[in-house]
Design a protein around this ligand. Structure first.
Ligand code: PLP
Length: 373
């Protein structure tokens, strides 16, 4: 018996809608750390068991890998030779990598200027054809749908239901790690695919259906896994400048430093409202300053470096704990969707403020250290 971990398809094959003979296109995604926060809750004065699911530890540095392995596996199985997506960055990085692995072509449409440099580098290095459009993500998504109507390319955005099937495995891992579902699960929300996927995963774990699932439409209860008790309340946080779920409809010119969730017209709009209703959760919004402050605090207090969009979940959870909307003593899981290394500009924006420069002499270095001990 060997113990080499080979990704979510091999691990959860019986719970994924793939043909038995479909060859898994995998980079060993999944099995990401579920880190219990030790310092930050005390510093913030909140009493709760807060865990962060660090999806930045996936092969391309975001949760998109969970969805992409299943979507690309299915696309290749169905005979596709090319995939296409619109992306704020992480979807294109994952699409490019999994297409390279599969030996097929990837076309990615990205918005002009508003993409983190690390993500763009990933799309380029993995050999995707990168098309920068003079418009935002929502424009790109509309164009992808139009092009795919006639061109022989498979869409791998989260409107592809195989993406959500892959992403639901994060909920399986959490239930396995905790022995039950948490009381609350908090996520950043852009297109709302991931919050929908987690709800599908928790529902299948609990042996209950969810109307949000494109495959079963609420019949998950008939699926095989051993049911565990309970499902969490699902809480979705948006950036104030890109918060259609708070405004009640599409936002025309979404704007936020959290570029991964700079989306004005969410593709899983109906599903996410279903998740909110079924789970008894809610949506809320945070300002860019609150988001960046939490990104920095988490990195300094716990040694976990996530990208700005990811910090939205934790910033929202801590605020809701302080307000009592999430009760003290709750078990809370926050998804940290992507790796901070993708977007170093976000933390170095103010320059290298804490950089100390001294002469290359022992005395000067010692002086600098002793003043700060
Ligand atoms: C894609 C992404 C999101 C948003 O997920 P949705 O499924 O679109 O709601 C959040 N954070 C990061 C880092 C992402 O890459």
């Amino acid at each position: 018996m060997t113990s080499r971990y080979t990704g979510i398809i091999e691990t959860y094959r019986s719970r994924l809608p793939l043909a038995p003979e479909a060859r898994a296109i995998s980079l060993g995604e999944g099995r990401t750390p579920l880190i219990r926060l030790e310092n930050l809750p005390r510093a913030e004065g909140v009493d709760a068991d807060i865990y962060v699911k660090f999806e930045g530890a996936n092969p391309t540095g975001s949760f998109k890998d969970r969805g992409m392995t299943v979507a690309v596996t299915q696309a290749v199985h169905a005979g596709s030779r090319a995939i296409i997506c619109a992306s704020t960055g992480n979807t294109s990085a994952a699409a490019a990598a999994y297409a390279a692995r599969a030996g097929i072509k990837a076309f990615v449409l990205i918005p002009e200027g508003k993409i983190a440099m690390g993500k763009l580098a990933q799309a380029v290095v993995h050999g995707a054809t990168v098309v920068q459009i003079r418009g935002n993500f929502d424009d790109g998504m509309r164009l992808v749908k139009e092009v795919a109507r006639t061109a022989p390319v498979a869409i791998v955005n989260s409107i592809n239901p195989y993406r959500l099937q892959g992403q639901k495995t994060a909920a399986f891992e959490i239930v396995e790690a905790l022995g039950r579902a948490p009381d609350f699960h908090c996520l950043p929300v852009g297109n709302a695919g991931n919050i929908t996927a987690h709800w599908i995963g928790y529902s299948e774990s609990a042996g209950t259906g969810t109307a949000a699932c494109a495959f079963c439409g609420g019949a998950c209860a008939q699926l095989p896994p051993a049911p565990v008790a309970g499902r969490p309340r699902m809480v979705g946080y948006q950036a104030s400048g890109a918060a259609p779920f708070l405004r009640g409809g599409p936002v025309k010119e979404p704007e936020t430093v959290a570029t991964a969730i700079r989306i004005g017209d969410p593709q899983s709009w109906e599903q996410a409202w279903t998740v909110q209703r079924e789970s008894g959760g809610w949506f809320d919004e945070l300002g860019d300053e609150e988001i960046l402050a939490m990104q920095a605090r988490l990195a300094a207090a716990e040694g976990v470096f996530c990208e700005p969009a990811s910090a939205t979940s934790l910033a929202g959870a801590v605020r809701d704990l302080k307000r009592g909307r999430i009760p003290a003593g709750s078990t809370v899981v926050c998804t940290l969707t992507g790796n901070g290394l993708k977007d170093p500009d976000a933390v170095l924006r103010g320059g290298l403020r804490d950089l100390i420069q001294v002469d290359a002499e022992r005395a000067a270095v010692e002086r600098a250290l002793l003043a700060r001990l």
